[in-house]
Design a protein around this ligand. Structure first.
Ligand code: FES
Ligand code: FES
Length: 128
């Protein structure tokens, strides 16, 4: 039912944890089931230098967070915004249909973390 890649990222998730003093943090959740995903970004000169995640969710959500953080590392913000849930699912060689919504969390968390970064940047500019 799950691809080798999903099993690999579920068993050995990459980039688990949080980044202290992250430049952008995105948290998304599903209030119905209580699943929550948080993505932390370290950004320098418009490039994502580091990405970490904390996910309370199913195995598919953990695998998607893991591969999503791998996919966005080293990318520009514009490129990272193109990492949609479809890209994530393809990178995992597919997910069962009833697990697709879990990969949507990853896309939303990345977008929110980038928005958070841009808002903070804007706010610090205005404070000058
Ligand atoms: Fe909660 Fe899928 S059951 S996000
Ligand atoms: Fe809830 Fe996948 S994150 S079922």
């Amino acid at each position: 039912m799950y691809s080798e890649k999903v099993m690999d990222h579920f068993r050995n998730p990459r980039n688990v944890g949080r980044i202290e003093n992250a430049d952008g943090v995105g948290q998304v959740g599903n209030p119905i089931c209580g699943d929550v995903m948080t993505i932390y970004l370290k950004i320098e000169d418009g490039i994502i230098k580091d990405a970490k995640f904390e996910t309370f969710g199913c195995g598919a959500a953990i695998a998607t967070s893991s591969i999503a953080t791998e996919l966005i590392k080293g990318k520009t913000l514009q490129e990272a915004l193109k990492v949609t849930n479809r890209v994530v699912v393809e990178a995992l060689d597919g997910l069962p249909k009833n697990k697709i919504h879990c990969s949507v969390l990853a896309e939303e968390a990345i977008k929110k973390a980038i928005e958070d970064y841009l808002q903070r940047k804007e706010a610090s500019k205005n404070a000058e």
